[in-house]
Design a protein around this ligand. Structure first.
Ligand SMILES: Nc1ncnc2c1ncn2[C@@H]1O[C@H](COP(=O)(O)OP(=O)(O)OP(=O)(O)O)[C@@H](O)[C@H]1O
Ligand SMILES: [Mg+2]
Length: 409
């Protein structure tokens, strides 16, 4: 018998951290945070599983930490996917409305989306992760968001399609399964970040969310309320840490520490005389380094990341369509001066995006590092909760499958 869903769980498999967030559906239909676990990432690199056992072990650790806090057992999760293998493009479909009353039904809408899917020819090693309708056209009338119930003879749809390598996708699912958890669905990481940091007004006005993490910088562009473009750049905070380690001849952990403590992306904000102590490699004595030098290293790499993202936005023709500007999120967006640098370089309004949308939240999660994890809960809940039916509760993980519906938003 169908059982009421009580919890929605997000699992962010980042290059830097693995983060599980358990939310309980409250009596008003909102979401309350009840458990949270985060561990250092292992076995994953830039969205791709590179060591299954290591990845499964840290997933298990982070899920168990969240379970202890929530005092519940996690059965299934919404998982984020990312990586250079992820591609996106647009596709169109059309159908005739041949019923006597000419009223557009749910079946017509599903059929027209299927047609847009049929119009795509994919290599056999690639799968569709998202097929997201942007707008419908009814008898030539464009820009219709909700065609259900309208009268018409011809229905068209434009969809944004996101694909991933079958094997890379399967490796993510396998790693999660090995940790004893079933995957409800996979969600592109920046769509999750957008879900927790953007308002509907942002999406209507035109906005780009840029999630600058450890291994990748993920972009999603919305205009007129719809997703228009997604892009993943394999360059982010880890590269800045690496630059600092090389530039200041120190270790990666020490470079990470000083980046977080003293890093700034705008050296001109830093007085010449400020300095700090850095441990050296090879047992040499710690040395004193000017903060300005550190910040010049940070600025150089940050500018490169922003430039590459700006080129991508221009390349797809949205640079003049972002009325709400840019929203920077992810761990690296916390670096001092990044928002100001982006504003200067990209000539658009820029703000730091922190996760919103839960009814009950802990302040520790009000941080751009957790935008994806919380967004996975929100996105999964919005697109699946009404249609998920629990089919079996008390047996092993393979029988705890959920019946899934198409992931359309
Ligand atoms: N306070 C801070 N100041 C500067 N950088 C920070 C700070 N906190 C975290 N970072 C950086 O943010 C990065 C991690 O961000 P995040 O947790 O969003 O990555 P991730 O989701 O694990 O990785 P990805 O999304 O790239 O797979 C690291 O490079 C880390 O050094
Ligand atoms: Mg991330």
């Amino acid at each position: 018998m169908a059982e009421k869903i009580k919890y929605v769980i997000g699992l962010d498999l980042g290059s830097s951290k693995i983060c599980a967030v358990i939310c309980e559906i409250n009596e008003t239909g909102g979401l309350d945070l009840v458990g949270f676990g985060s561990t250092e990432s292992k076995g994953l690199s830039r969205g791709v599983v590179v060591n299954l056992d290591a990845a499964a072990a840290v997933i298990k650790q982070s899920v168990e930490e969240a379970e202890r806090a929530a005092e519940t057992v996690v059965e299934s999760v919404f998982v984020g996917v990312s990586g250079e293998h992820v591609k996106s493009f647009n596709s169109r479909g059309a159908v005739s409305i041949s019923t006597d009353d000419r009223e557009i039904s749910v079946e017509h809408i599903e059929l027209v989306i299927d047609r847009a899917k049929e119009a795509i020819s994919l290599p056999s090693d690639v799968k569709i992760v998202h097929m997201i309708p942007q707008a419908f056209v009814v008898d030539g009338q464009e820009g219709i968001k909700e065609p259900l119930g309208l009268l018409g003879g011809h229905l068209e749809v434009g969809c944004h399609v996101i694909t991933a390598s079958n094997l890379a996708h399967q490796n993510v699912v396998t790693a999660v399964n090995r940790a004893g958890v079933v995957v409800n669905d996979t969600i592109l990481q920046q769509l999750a970040s957008a879900e927790s940091t953007l308002s509907n007004d942002d999406k209507e006005l035109g906005v780009a969310v840029i999630d600058i993490g450890g291994g990748t910088t993920d972009l999603a562009i919305f205009t007129q309320g719809a997703l228009r473009h997604t892009f993943i750049l394999p360059l982010a905070g880890d590269q800045i840490t690496n630059d600092i380690a090389v530039g200041l001849r120190t270790t990666i952990p020490e470079a990470e520490r000083i980046k977080r403590k003293y890093g700034c992306a705008l050296p001109r904000l830093i007085p010449e005389e400020l300095s700090f102590s850095v441990s050296s490699v090879g047992g040499r004595k710690p040395k004193s380094i000017g903060k300005k030098i550190l910040c010049e290293i940070v600025q150089a790499r940050m500018e490169e990341i922003l430039l590459l993202i700006q080129e991508e936005i221009k390349h797809v023709g949205f640079d003049r369509k972002l009325g709400a500007g840019l929203v920077l999120t992810g761990g690296t967006a916390q670096l001092e001066g990044v928002v100001e640098l982006a504003e200067e370089k990209m000539d658009l309004p820029v703000r730091l995006g922190t996760p919103m949308g839960l009814d009950k939240m802990e302040t520790v999660l009000l941080n751009s590092t957790y935008s994806t994890a919380i967004g996975l809960v929100l996105y999964g809940y919005r697109t699946h909760f009404r249609t998920i039916t629990k089919v079996n509760t008390n047996s092993n993980i393979f029988s705890r499958l959920w019946s899934l519906v198409k992931n359309q938003s």
